[in-house]
Write a protein that binds this ligand. Structure first.
Ligand code: COI
Length: 396
């Protein structure tokens, strides 16, 4: 059986961080030509309807007129990359992804700046993580040229779907899945790469409103050696029951602990967590270290850099639930927030649990450092602050 080539991708994010190398280095592109055939043979959404959607898009409810797809086969590798109408479909009911979950995805956004230009944020980082997720799921890596070329082609085609409201953006969802129609349990011989786009506003209704979280003591999100570090569909499927449990307890989101000791905080729902110790210029910003079971968030990585730029002490460490409760109660931990591409930064207002008690973070309102970090990130993304780290990628 032909093996895929995964040069350098079989190193876990945890090991990269341990080695002191950057998790998401800038990857030079081989060429600009991803050779995507443009076949936009669709009737576009009428302008009035599109404007109606853009006025109140919600999150992930509407999709633009087109998508990009490319196919990999074991014999021929990647090919047949094309931009087509968004109702094009890529498989049948026997597809490997539907039965055995050989499926990964990414999330990134395109932002319109005041001069009308459209940009994405760190697409190479998403491409690299997509390739590492592919390695873990025995999928072939999508070349960075194809990944970024698809983004450029789709955003340029559907550019009118990028709102000029700085609180809105175009969410880009690359996905890759086993598309062979066969029921044998083995890596798929046919794989599909698809990129879809959805105009979005705030991820949580109510915008930047603190959430109430439920610490799950019954379920775990990921165990060492599992797929926690990969952005794979199965991780999200496995989270839904715990999320439902949290909702039944009157909470907005579930917080995960580590699988081995069931003590250390890992993530909130599908987002990374940050803890702020102290106040003002002396504050220390701490996030759970990447152990192999956490998703190495691009927003997490960017906030670690921005917090350092703002002069805060920054640390990747281990925080137990007991330390969280005691730190919040004593006032040592002043703010906690979750972060991700979709919601950017979401403050945690209060915590509930079965055996660890309940507590409130500060006065339950968004903390000043959480909001400062959010503004620092969003200002770069929307062109209101200089892009000193060269994170932005111009599309149009
Ligand atoms: C993100 O924050 O981008 C996520 O991954 C959440 C997404 C699954 C909606």
């Amino acid at each position: 059986m032909t093996q895929y080539v995964h040069p350098g991708l079989d190193i876990s994010a945890a090991d990269i961080v341990k080695s002191g190398k950057p998790l998401y280095p800038r990857v030079p592109r081989d060429s600009d030509a991803a050779s995507i055939k443009v076949e936009p043979d669709v009737t576009p959404t009428p302008v009035e309807r599109r404007n109606e959607i853009l006025a109140a898009p919600g999150f992930g409810k509407y999709f633009t007129d087109h998508l990009v797809m490319a196919t990999w086969t074991r014999e021929a590798g990647w090919g047949d990359a094309r931009l087509v109408g968004s109702d094009s479909s890529a498989g049948g009911h026997a597809m490997n992804a539907l039965h055995y979950g050989q499926s990964i995805f990414e999330g990134l956004k395109a932002y319109r700046q005041e001069d009308g230009s459209v940009w994405t944020f760190r697409p190479e980082a998403n491409s690299l993580r997509f390739q590492r997720s592919a390695y873990r799921l025995a999928l072939p890596p999508v070349p960075t040229d194809l990944f970024i070329g698809a983004i450029e082609a789709l955003v340029r085609q559907d550019i009118d779907w990028v709102s000029d409201d700085p609180e809105k953006s175009l969410y880009l969802r690359p996905l890759e899945f086993g598309a062979e129609n066969a029921l044998g349990v083995k890596p798929s011989d046919k794989v599909q790469f698809v990129l879809i786009a959805s105009p979005v506003g705030a991820y949580f209704s109510g915008g930047v409103k603190p959430v109430k979280v439920w610490i799950s003591e019954e379920f775990v999100r990921a165990a060492p050696g599992g797929t926690g570090e990969a952005k794979c569909a199965g991780n999200y499927a496995a989270s839904l029951l715990a999320q439902q449990d949290a909702a039944a307890k009157g909470c907005d989101q579930v917080v995960w602990m580590d699988a081995l000791e069931r003590r250390y905080i890992e993530e909130m729902g599908g987002m990374n967590l940050f803890f702020v110790y102290g106040f003002g210029a002396d504050a220390r910003v701490v996030t759970p270290a990447l152990t192999g079971t956490l998703l190495p968030g691009v927003t997490r990585d960017s906030l670690l850099t921005l917090a350092g730029d703002l002069g805060y002490a920054v640390e990747e460490g281990k925080i137990s639930v007991d330390q969280w409760r005691e730190g919040a109660t004593s006032g040592e931990i002043t703010e906690v927030f979750a972060c991700g591409t979709a919601a950017v930064i979401t403050p945690v207002g209060s915590v509930e649990s079965k055996n660890y008690g309940s507590w409130t973070m500060g006065n339950g309102e968004p903390g000043p450092i959480s909001m400062q970090l959010r503004a620092a990130l969003v200002d770069i993304q929307t062109g209101h602050a200089p892009d000193v780290h060269n994170w932005m990628h111009r599309i149009s």
